[in-house]
Design a protein around this ligand. Structure first.
Ligand code: GLC
Ligand code: CA
Length: 544
């Protein structure tokens, strides 16, 4: 392996909910510094921090009003430098969120742009002549509603693929690119280790008269012409030899090869297809077969050239132990084994390593996420009852993942001495770091073990991937072949399942490496029976 990140494990920190050092109810930089020992014990190699830049917080920091400063609630630049130094001292790398598709409407560029058509910053954004009754087109934004917000005084509207408070930057304007590239260099000069590129596949748009056929997001997803901008970015990243991971919806697994091979724009991208849902609205779950097919396709398509970023959860999605597991320790461990041993660079989202579950919302006042709130109000307007609207709007809400990190069983899970900005999941009395550290059978200790195994066994980084039991709706099983050969079998269901293994598997001599439960089978046989959420790792014994 030539690149450090190919053998690394990452950890995503949502700073607002990680650890609050001063009792204002909001996680902060000092809080992250205080928890470096925890991250080292877990065994991760780098952290990705969600945005901590100056922001009016309409979209929790994804609406940036100053790219080169830290929001006061998190600390300041001096503290950020302290964090960087403290991490580097411990051999922990840091990558930051880079949000350059849009700014906040409070960013000085937009404040200027809004002043009028003649303002030199007007062209930093996308403006078109419009009235409320006559918008430039019918495109819809990701957060609901038109992509256009009318500015009556000027008789024009500006464009945004997310909230109206997040106007999209005009990448066609060279002045914009120059400013953005300069800002990126400024952070790289500080010594950070890379970026997660937010919404990067949206920076190029189709002409405004483009007609939408089936996919409503087509006019701003990986649109032709984006390559020029990506090449510019690639050149900067290469100069600094940093790690980059893109959030690039619309980049298919086939196209991802060019994005992520040794000549690619980025080192890896997050696929955004794996949340294949089944069931009725309001109580949907992940369909394992659909999920598995997506993962296997990405493994295959990036098997020789290109590289995968592996993840289950992030700050935008519910908790996997609820939507694919059954909220037990055992299912959390099975999910960990299922994805942590795939080919690629794994990311763990804070709390996932504890087996965190969704939050039991009782009232809409417990919700912060803007998209969930707007969905809720739309449902009320459609005459749904409050209870029904709450269920439908919150079942897949991003806030499930944003509740505070659960450190111990003291008040507010030890996250804050004040009032947390978002409520703590009541299950913190059981699911918390302090308790799990002490328990050798905890989800936390299982994650630690898997991370170590990944590091010790080079095959997990370099080996090939082969899916087994391809069409099985409950079982996710695969082989990793390199210097050694490993077999991973997980029963991702509540059912007791029987499986007949193919001869090429059972005729080999396998030894149990670890299982997620004492009762799980330790011996590999042709016919096997698995209890719900059994997960097994075998290694092939050499004949010597
Ligand atoms: C990405 C982020 C999400 C944010 C959006 C707009 O999808 O992950 O949290 O709301 O971009 O910046
Ligand atoms: Ca704080």
């Amino acid at each position: 392996m030539t690149n450090w990140w190919q053998n690394a494990v990452g950890y995503q920190i949502y700073p607002r909910s990680f650890y609050d050092s001063n009792g204002d109810g909001i996680g902060d930089i000092k809080g992250i510094i205080a928890k470096i020992p925890y991250l080292k014990e877990l065994g991760v190699d780098f952290i990705w921090l969600n945005p901590m830049y100056k922001s009016p917080n309409v979209d929790n920091g994804y609406d940036i009003s100053d790219y080169k400063d830290i929001a006061a609630e998190y600390g300041d630049m001096a503290q950020f430098k302290e964090l960087l130094e403290a991490c580097h001292k411990e051999n922990l790398k840091i990558i930051l969120d880079l949000v350059v598709n849009h700014t906040s409407d409070q960013h000085p560029w937009f404040v200027e742009a809004k002043k009028g058509k003649e303002n030199p910053y007007r062209n930093y954004y996308h403006w078109q002549n419009a009235t409320p009754a006559n918008l430039p087109n019918n495109w819809q934004s990701f957060f609901g509603g038109s992509t256009w917000t009318v500015d009556e005084p000027s008789g024009q509207a500006y464009f945004h693929v997310f909230a109206p408070e997040q106007p999209d930057l005009n990448w066609k304007n060279e002045a914009v690119r120059t400013e953005i590239y300069q800002m990126i260099r400024w952070w790289l000069e500080l010594g950070i280790d890379g970026f997660r590129l937010d919404a990067i596949s949206h920076i190029q748009k189709e002409p405004w008269n483009f007609k939408i056929k089936d996919n409503p997001w087509a006019p701003f997803m990986n649109v032709a012409g984006i390559d020029n901008y990506m090449k510019d970015l690639q050149q900067i990243f290469n100069e600094y030899n940093v790690m980059t991971v893109g959030e690039a919806s619309g980049v298919s697994s086939k196209k991802a090869v060019n994005w992520t091979d040794s000549e690619g724009y980025l080192d890896m991208i997050f696929e955004l297809e794996h949340n294949v849902r089944k069931g009725v609205a309001g109580s949907e779950r992940i369909d394992l077969l659909g999920f598995k097919k997506v993962i296997a396709r990405w493994q295959k398509d990036l098997g020789k050239k290109g590289w995968n970023a592996l993840y289950l959860e992030n700050h935008d999605n519910p908790r996997f132990n609820t939507i694919l597991g059954n909220e037990t320790k055992k299912s959390a461990k099975a999910l960990a084994m299922m994805y942590l041993l795939l080919r690629g660079t794994p990311f763990i989202y804070q709390g996932q390593e504890l087996g965190a579950t969704n939050y039991p919302f009782q009232t809409i006042s417990e919700v912060d996420a803007k998209d969930t709130l707007s969905f809720y109000h739309r449902l009320l307007a459609e005459n749904k009852s409050e209870a029904e609207a709450l269920q439908l709007a919150t079942s897949w809400s991003r806030d499930h993942a944003r509740t505070p990190m659960q450190w111990d069983d003291s008040k507010n899970a030890g996250f804050t001495t004040g009032t947390p900005w978002l409520k703590v999941n009541p299950n913190y009395v059981k699911i918390n770091v302090a308790a799990e550290k002490e328990d050798p059978d905890s989800v936390l200790n299982f994650y630690r073990q898997l991370i170590q195994i990944r590091r010790q066994e080079e095959t997990f980084a370099t080996g090939t991937f082969e899916l087994l039991a391809q069409n099985d709706p409950d079982i996710f099983a695969y082989l990793r072949k390199g210097e050694k050969q490993f077999l991973i079998i997980t029963n991702i269901s509540q059912k007791t399942r029987k499986l007949t293994l193919p001869k090429k598997i059972w005729q080999k001599n396998w030894q149990s490496y670890i299982t997620n439960d004492k009762t799980a089978p330790k011996k590999l046989t042709k016919e096997m029976t698995f209890a719900p959420y059994d997960a097994l790792l075998f290694v092939e014994q050499s004949n010597s």
